[in-house]
Design a protein around this ligand. Structure first.
Ligand code: UD1
Length: 339
């Protein structure tokens, strides 16, 4: 059983990846500082897996503490690095915190991994690196554009860092960069899901909280874009599908099928949906009518982006399985467990 360190493993995507890794026969070990996650996630993982997942309460930017984890665990086959801040608006308010945390933790990890002979890395990147693309869908070869937020810039910087470090002859590092589109939904068991602290920034938790009566109404950020119904287009991928992409990426690294440097994959469904389509699909999936209105555009939003998912399918054999309706049904089921 190969041991995989999962930084940010108590977070939204990380926790779902822990489940898929464990169910695929890996031994996930969580490293999380719980700055944007809750300890209750561990109970959810226990309920799904029937056992405890080892968890180190450690900030990845703390080199000594991270060394302690590698030392104590021993024999780590690879790392999936999820740990990062991800709120676009907050990153504009607190850019330094984002550079420190997102870039700093990657630098620390890249420093510590070779000290323990660990050469395999899967890194959480984002479609935000494409900025506002000239053509759709975006392939991995689509040129990146200047980021529209410090958050986006940290993802671009981290990709650059990984390329430089993997390319240096003094380093042995094989990395798979996964560029996520918009993850939504929750595990079918409804034991784990998205746990936004405070008011959600992202669309689907805002929708489910509105339907649950926690928020009064959803504001749709603009309906005057050049899209089919005027609202933004995104590629919404079920979080369990996204989690499974990490399992195949790890397997590819451990099988030594990946090149000795960096490989990049879009992880999306390959389909775009407008915000209004998501609202309608939610109403259908949940049987709830959603209170919403149209508001002004949100600064920094790109009009439309969705993935060309061909490379992940042909190279990784990865294909999403869950429909938008089923993804939203799982998000609603999860919301209802939160009360
Ligand atoms: C963005 C980034 C993504 C990043 C994520 C982290 C891009 C293209 N995407 O996703 O890389 O990982 O933030 O949070 O930069 N919306 C509303 N009302 C709301 C909330 C959202 O209308 O209350 C709309 C937005 O305008 C957008 C869509 O819903 O069109 C999705 O928004 P959100 O869930 O915040 O994700 P992105 O902004 O696409």
């Amino acid at each position: 059983m190969s041991k995989i360190l999962v930084t940010g493993g108590a977070g939204y995507i990380g926790s779902h990846a822990v489940v898929e890794l464990a169910q695929a026969g890996y031994e996930p070990v969580i490293v999380d500082d719980f700055s944007n996650s809750k300890e209750s996630v561990l109970a959810g993982l226990r309920a799904i897996l029937g056992r405890d997942v080892p968890c180190h309460h450690v900030d990845c930017g703390d080199a000594e503490a991270l060394r302690g984890v590698f030392r104590q665990e021993g024999n780590i086959a690879g790392v999936i690095h999820f740990a990062a801040f991800k709120a676009v608006g907050e990153s504009v308010q607190k850019p330094l915190a984002y550079f420190h945390n997102n870039v700093g933790s990657l630098l620390t990890l890249l420093q510590v991994m070779p000290e323990f002979g660990v050469e395999n890395l899967v890194f959480s990147s984002s479609c935000t690196v494409y900025g506002n693309p000239d053509a759709l869908p975006v392939t991995e070869a689509t040129p990146t554009k200047p980021a529209t937020s410090p958050y986006g810039r940290t993802k671009q910087m981290c990709e650059d860092i990984v390329h430089d470090v993997s390319g240096a002859s003094s380093n042995k590092l094989r990395t798979i960069l996964l560029r996520y589109f918009n993850p939504i939904g929750a595990h079918a068991s409804a034991k784990i899901g998205e746990l936004p602290l405070g008011t959600p920034n992202n669309l689907v938790p805002f929708i489910t909280q509105t339907a649950a009566g926690i928020r009064e109404k959803l504001t749709i950020f603009g309906d005057d874009y050049a899209t089919p119904d005027g609202t933004n287009v995104r590629d919404y991928i079920h979080v369990v599908d996204l989690a499974k992409a990490h399992v195949v990426a790890v397997q590819r690294l451990l099988d030594r099928k990946a090149p000795d440097t960096v490989e990049t994959f879009n992880v999306g469904t390959g389909h775009g949906n407008t915000v209004l389509e998501v609202v309608q699909a939610f109403e259908q999936a949940s049987g709830q009518q959603l209170n919403y209105s149209i508001g002004p555009r949100r600064p920094g939003d790109v009009p439309a982006i969705y993935a060309d998912a061909t490379k992940a399918e042909t190279v990784l054999g990865f294909k999403t399985e869950t429909s938008l309706l089923d993804s939203l049904a799982s998000a609603w089921k999860w919301q209802q467990t939160l009360g």
